[in-house]
Design a protein. Structure first.
Length: 215
């Protein structure tokens, strides 16, 4: 028997290239689809493959994120839960998108630059260090950290499944009950660390058992 339907929202994963944001976003997407939640996935690499002329200057990135945010807000308006995964390095652009949406959940995948460079699956950091890629976030262009994200995840010390559970738990508590899954979630070997920022933690009664932050 299913629980209360999940309310539409825009769940926005932001972080450096190689931080693990797309991996977590895709697992959350899988979980929502298994639960028959109306959901759409917007991903930076996929969008740029359709529009390859999209540039990387600050102005071009800002326009890109604002347009994606507008599309996401329209999907939310029509009852779709949106999972979006974009580096989206500039705070003002993300705040603009937040202002468009009724329910915006910012998930900051805060994997340190050193760890992202160590992984460098696509070899982008090495190329950026050699000067072959201009305006590369974290190397020759800044990443402006979110000031008050709904969730913060560091993908260095916890299984991806636990990070996905963290996101799902937040959605359950803030966006209504999520229907029970049709099939159990697959276990993933990846590791992440996630925690809910203190500003977002719900206050508990004095007599309740206190839980420590996930580290």
């Amino acid at each position: 028997m299913r629980g209360k339907a999940l309310e539409p929202a825009v769940v926005w994963f932001t972080g450096l290239s190689g931080s693990g944001k797309s991996t977590i976003a895709e697992r959350v997407l899988d979980e929502l689809e298994r639960r028959h939640v109306p959901v759409e996935y917007l991903d930076g690499d996929r969008v740029r493959s359709v529009f390859p002329d999209t540039g990387f200057s600050r102005e071009e990135r800002d326009r890109h994120i604002r347009r994606i945010g507008f599309v996401a807000s329209l999907l939310e308006k029509h009852g779709v839960l949106v999972i979006a995964s974009f580096v989206s390095p500039y705070r003002a652009a993300r705040l603009f998108v937040r202002g468009l949406c009724k329910r915006f959940v910012e998930v900051y995948v805060a994997t340190p630059l050193a760890e992202c460079e160590r992984r460098d699956v696509k070899g982008l950091y090495a190329r950026a260090r050699r000067g072959e890629i201009a305006q590369f976030t974290g190397v020759s262009d800044p990443y402006e950290e979110p000031e008050n994200p709904e969730l913060v995840i560091d993908t260095t010390a916890m299984p991806v499944a636990r990070a996905v559970a963290m996101v799902m738990k937040y959605l359950e508590s803030q966006c209504g009950g999520v229907p029970a899954p049709v099939a159990s979630a697959r276990k993933r070997p990846d590791t992440v660390r996630a925690y809910l920022p203190a500003a977002r933690r719900p206050r508990r009664a004095a007599h309740s058992r206190r839980r420590g932050a996930m580290a």
